[in-house]
Design a protein around this ligand. Structure first.
Ligand SMILES: [Zn+2]
Length: 321
């Protein structure tokens, strides 16, 4: 039966066509799923990587402020002016002792500077010290806060305190120390040799740099006009050195300069009397140790930071028992 035979053939051809179609369709579908799935996977993977990158970046940026936050206090990162408002001062049973750190230059020492090497701290060492202080919960005092702590025998609640001081208004305070201090949200005081700044010496801070840093929480106090040995100077010369420098800072920084660091730590009883009569409230020496009211406010001890002082040495040395 040719009709039936040919009908069968048509049906078989149709079936084969349908099968071919299904196979092709399924293969295509399979391919689409594979390609699509793979695409989706790579997208997920890359967005995951991005998240990880973001996370590590964030933790890098916030690490110093996180470690600053003691469990008992507000975790908010704040500027120095905020800190001032938020500080809650607590009367102490024992006489307050403050580590006043003494730095000079912060830079990588050149071999030609070997003679001054005792005054030069490497920036990497300096940063490790700031980081250690931060992690140990230290709060950096302004001169006004140090004065308050010593005279009222109070300390900020739940904080250890340190006062960072730098002598000689060296240029690297601006180029090396200041960026690191900002990175860790810390404050410091630089004691300025006003005559050297006025003379525009290249190795000194400029008045503009001083003003810029003052706006960002640093403070600038006195280190005389010409850095003489006050203990060997006549009283008239001492008066000029201490008065003219104070006038320069008071006028140019619109402040009332409270603190003098005696050049090379040299002073006499006459020096203390003159400083007091000129309105200085605090004097910084190079006598080693923690500062307390019993030193006398015009002859406060400091802790010298040497080039070889490690972060751990420093923490050990300034621990108040
Ligand atoms: Zn000096």
């Amino acid at each position: 039966m040719p009709g039936k035979h040919s009908g069968n053939r048509i049906q078989r051809r149709k079936a084969r066509k349908r099968a071919m179609f299904l196979i092709t369709f399924n293969t295509l579908l399979f391919l689409v799923l594979i390609v699509g799935g793979f695409h989706l996977l790579t997208q997920l993977q890359s967005s995951h990587n991005q998240n990880e990158a973001d996370k590590s970046q964030t933790s890098q940026v916030t690490a110093p402020s996180d470690s600053d936050a003691a469990p008992t206090r507000d975790k908010k990162v704040s500027t120095s002016s905020d800190d001032k408002e938020k500080l809650s001062w607590v009367k102490q049973d024992q006489p307050v002792q403050i580590p006043i750190l003494m730095y000079h230059a912060i830079h990588v020492m050149d071999p030609s500077e070997a003679a001054n090497s005792g005054l030069i701290v490497d920036p990497a060492t300096f940063e490790s010290q700031l980081q250690a202080l931060k992690e140990a919960g230290y709060y950096t005092l302004t001169p006004e806060e140090a004065y308050k702590a010593l005279t009222e025998n109070v300390l900020p609640e739940n904080k250890k305190v340190v006062w960072l001081t730098f002598d000689d208004s060296l240029k690297d305070f601006y180029t090396n120390a200041f960026p690191l201090l900002q990175k860790y949200g810390m404050k410091a005081t630089n004691n300025v040799i006003t005559g050297f700044v006025q003379a525009g010496r290249e190795d000194m801070l400029t008045l503009d740099e001083i003003k810029e840093m003052k706006d960002k929480g640093m403070s600038f106090e006195d280190h005389t006009v010409n850095h003489p040995d006050l203990s060997a100077a006549a009283s008239e010369q001492q008066t000029t050195e201490l008065k003219d420098s104070k006038d320069y800072l008071d006028q140019n920084l619109s402040q009332s300069t409270t603190t003098v660091a005696y050049p090379a730590g040299r002073y006499s009883d006459t020096t203390l009397q003159i400083a007091e009569s000129l309105g200085y409230k605090m004097g910084l020496t190079t006598n080693n140790g923690l500062a307390s009211l019993s030193n006398g406010l015009l002859s406060l001890n400091r802790v010298r930071v040497n080039p070889t002082t490690t972060a751990q040495d420093l923490l050990n040395e300034i621990a108040v028992n």
